[in-house]
Design a protein around this ligand. Structure first.
Ligand SMILES: [Mg+2]
Ligand SMILES: [Zn+2]
Length: 219
């Protein structure tokens, strides 16, 4: 079977969550209430993220984009993981709830083709930053994810693909339930423990490569 990886971006490929970092840095009045509403599930991720970016005027585009790109740090071993996937014929997809204006530039040095990067979009043509949602939930997901990871994963049926997810947060959990192998850190570990879902913990992508190599040796 063909192995395929679905890899989260914020807090996984990058060490921290870029959306939170941007909003916290520019600190527009009202953002904390929105975050609390998302955490308490009074608002969906799509609603909350859309509202937070609407607090920022498009006149700040340069500063927002520059801050996002200069602030982010790529997790150790990422280039090596991509090379390992090439060498062993594993398909690699980025499934990100992040926004195009930082996801694409930060991934540019790594040569992943753009059709293998799923993330949200942005529109700077009005007064406020407007997030766009080109990859919404299909009929099987009622979470209003924004960028729906489980919708993407379902396009790779388990009869034909050995599916692997790498992630760090609650937004990866619906996808984690669908796949064969889960690599988890941070909140996703807690969520997996809570529901008894097996996972491999990781801190760097070198940890991921080690497990993938072992799996290969035993199949
Ligand atoms: Mg994440
Ligand atoms: Zn969804």
């Amino acid at each position: 079977m063909k192995r395929v990886i679905f890899c989260d971006f914020d807090g996984t490929i990058t060490e921290n969550d870029n959306i939170v970092a941007i909003i916290r840095h520019f600190n527009p009045p009202g953002w904390e209430t929105i975050v609390n509403d998302i955490v308490a599930q009074r608002k969906t991720i799509r609603e909350g993220v859309g509202e937070m970016f609407r607090l920022l005027p498009t006149s700040m585009k340069r500063e927002v984009v520059d801050y996002a790109i200069s602030n982010a740090k790529i997790r150790a071993g990422f280039a090596e993981l991509l090379q390992f996937c090439k060498d062993t014929d594993i398909e690699f997809y980025v499934t990100s709830g992040g926004i195009d204006f930082f996801v694409y530039p930060l991934l540019a040095p790594f040569g992943i083709s753009e059709e293998r990067i799923y993330c949200n979009g942005s529109d700077f043509s009005g007064e406020q930053i407007e997030i766009t949602w080109p990859h919404p939930c299909d009929g099987d997901c009622k979470t209003d994810c924004g960028m729906c990871k489980s919708t993407i994963i379902r396009r790779f049926p388990g009869e034909r693909y050995e599916r692997i997810i790498i992630g760090d947060s609650v937004t990866d959990f619906e996808g984690a339930k669908l796949v064969d192998t889960v690599f988890a850190r941070s909140h996703l570990i807690l969520k997996c423990k809570e529901l008894g879902l097996p996972y491999h913990p990781f801190e760097t992508f070198h940890d991921v490569i080690k497990v993938l190599k072992l799996q290969e040796a035993t199949t």
